[in-house]
Ligand binder design. Structure first.
Ligand SMILES: [Mn+2]
Length: 358
C-alpha cells in the first residue's frame, strides 16, 4: 500500500493538501480527512472513463492550490481549519476487479481506523462497496447509514453475470450486512432502471428511495429532513455516496450513464452541505466523473465543489459543536451590517453576541 501518487497522471494532491502514505502512519498522524483516489472503471456498464476521475477532481479549480478555501456561506475554511491529507490513488489494475476492490477497502479501513474521515474520489460506482464496507468495519457492522445520490439504484443482482459492477454495489452492501437496508436512503432516482423485481427486493429490505418526481412534488428539503431522521435512527454515523449522474446531464455531462432530468448543481451542493452540517459523516465517495465525456470541465468542477462543500460542512459542524459555537449560518446575508431587511423574514437573524467577527 505504499503511496503511488496518481495512477494515471502526475503526483499532485487534492488542491495542494499534504501528501500522505497510508503505509506510514507517521506521515498522517492526526489527520481529520483522508482523500483517497480510486481510479477504477472496470465496473462500468456503458461508457468507461471514470478511471481518470480522481485526477480531474483533484486538480480542477481556477483558484490557487494554496491550502485555503474560505467558504462564503459558512464562514469556515476547511482546508485551513482541518488537517486534510491525500493518500494518492490506490493501485487498481484494470481487469482485476476483486484485487482492486480489496485494496481499496483496506485503504479506506486503514484511514478510518486511524481517525480520519475517508473521502474517496472515483472511479465508477463499483467502489461504493469497498468504500462503505471499509468504513463499516471501523464504525461497526450495520451501524452506518448510507445516503446515496444517484440517477440509478445500483441494486442489481448481477452485472453481466458478475457480482461486481457499478450497478450492484448497494445490493452487496445490504447483503453483507455492512449497511442495513432500512437505513439506506437514495435520492434522485429516475429513468428506466431497475426493473420491478429489483424494486421489490429493495422494498423488502426497507430501503427508502426518493425518485425525482417525488422530490419535485415534495421539495428536496422536505425529503432530506425525512431521510435524515431515518439515517440517524439507531445508527452511529452516515456514509455519503455521490454519483455525479444524479445531476442533470446538461450540468454534468462527463459521466458514463447519463440520465436526463436530474438535480441541478445547486441542489446537489445544498444537499451535501446540509448533510455535512447536520449529520455525523464517517465517510464519503464522489464517483462516476468520466473526463473523456466532459465539456469545459463542467463535471470535474462540480465534483471538486461537491468535495469542498462536504469538507466545509464538516468544518462548520466541528465549530458548531465546539465551545466557540456555530460560525455564520448560510442563510444569513453575506456582509456584516447589511442584514436589515424590509419586512423581516422567517430566518434566524444574526444577533449581536452570537456572530463571530468575520
Ligand atoms: Mn451509481
Amino acid at each position: 500500500m505504499t503511496r503511488i501518487g496518481n495512477m494515471y497522471g502526475p503526483d499532485a494532491t487534492f488542491l495542494g493538501v499534504p501528501a500522505a502514505d497510508l503505509s506510514d502512519p507517521d506521515s498522517w498522524a492526526g489527520t481529520d480527512i483522508m482523500i483517497i483516489g480510486a481510479p477504477f472503471d472496470g465496473g462500468t456498464s456503458h461508457r468507461p472513463g471514470a478511471r481518470f476521475g480522481p485526477q480531474a477532481i483533484r486538480f480542477t479549480d481556477y483558484l490557487p492550490h494554496d491550502g485555503s478555501r474560505p467558504h462564503l456561506a459558512l464562514g469556515v475554511d476547511p482546508l485551513a481549519e482541518m488537517k486534510i491529507a491525500d493518500a494518492g490513488d490506490v493501485e487498481m489494475p484494470a481487469g482485476q476487479t476483486e484485487l482492486s476492490l480489496r485494496r481499496l477497502e483496506d485503504a479506506v479501513h486503514r484511514a478510518a481506523a486511524g481517525g480520519a474521515v475517508p473521502v474517496i474520489l472515483g472511479g465508477d460506482h463499483t467502489i461504493a462497496l469497498p468504500d462503505a464496507t471499509g468504513v463499516a468495519r471501523h464504525v461497526g457492522w450495520g451501524r452506518i447509514s448510507v445516503i446515496h445520490f444517484d440517477a440509478h439504484a445500483d441494486t442489481g443482482d448481477t452485472h453481466f453475470g458478475s457480482l461486481y459492477g457499478h450497478g450492484t454495489p448497494m445490493r452487496r452492501l445490504i447483503e453483507s450486512g455492512a449497511v442495513r437496508g432500512d437505513r439506506f436512503l437514495q435520492l434522485g432516482l429516475r429513468g428506466y432502471w431497475p426493473e420491478p423485481p429489483t424494486l421489490d427486493w429493495m422494498a423488502a429490505r426497507g430501503m427508502r428511495s426518493y425518485e425525482m418526481a417525488e422530490i419535485v412534488a415534495r421539495g428536496l428539503d422536505e425529503c432530506l429532513t425525512e431521510a435524515f431522521a431515518i439515517a440517524l435512527d439507531d445508527c452511529d454515523a452516515v456514509f455519503v455516496s455521490v454519483d455525479v449522474d444524479v445531476v442533470d446531464p446538461g450540468l454534468a455531462p462527463g459521466t458514463g450513464t447519463p440520465e436526463p432530468g436530474g438535480f441541478s448543481s445547486r441542489q446537489l451542493l445544498d444537499a451535501v452541505r446540509r448533510i455535512a452540517m447536520e449529520l455525523p459523516v464517517a465517510g464519503m465517495d464522489v464517483v462516476e466523473v468520466a473526463p473523456p465525456y466532459d465539456h469545459a470541465e463542467v463535471t470535474a468542477y462540480l465534483a471538486n465543489r461537491v468535495v469542498l462543500e462536504a469538507l466545509s460542512g464538516i468544518a462548520w459542524r466541528r465549530r458548531a459543536t465546539s465551545k466557540d459555537g456555530p460560525p455564520r449560518r448560510p442563510e444569513w446575508p453575506l456582509l456584516r451590517g447589511r442584514d436589515a431587511r424590509a419586512g423581516g423574514g422567517d430566518i434566524d437573524e444574526p444577533q449581536a453576541g452570537n456572530r463571530p467577527d468575520l
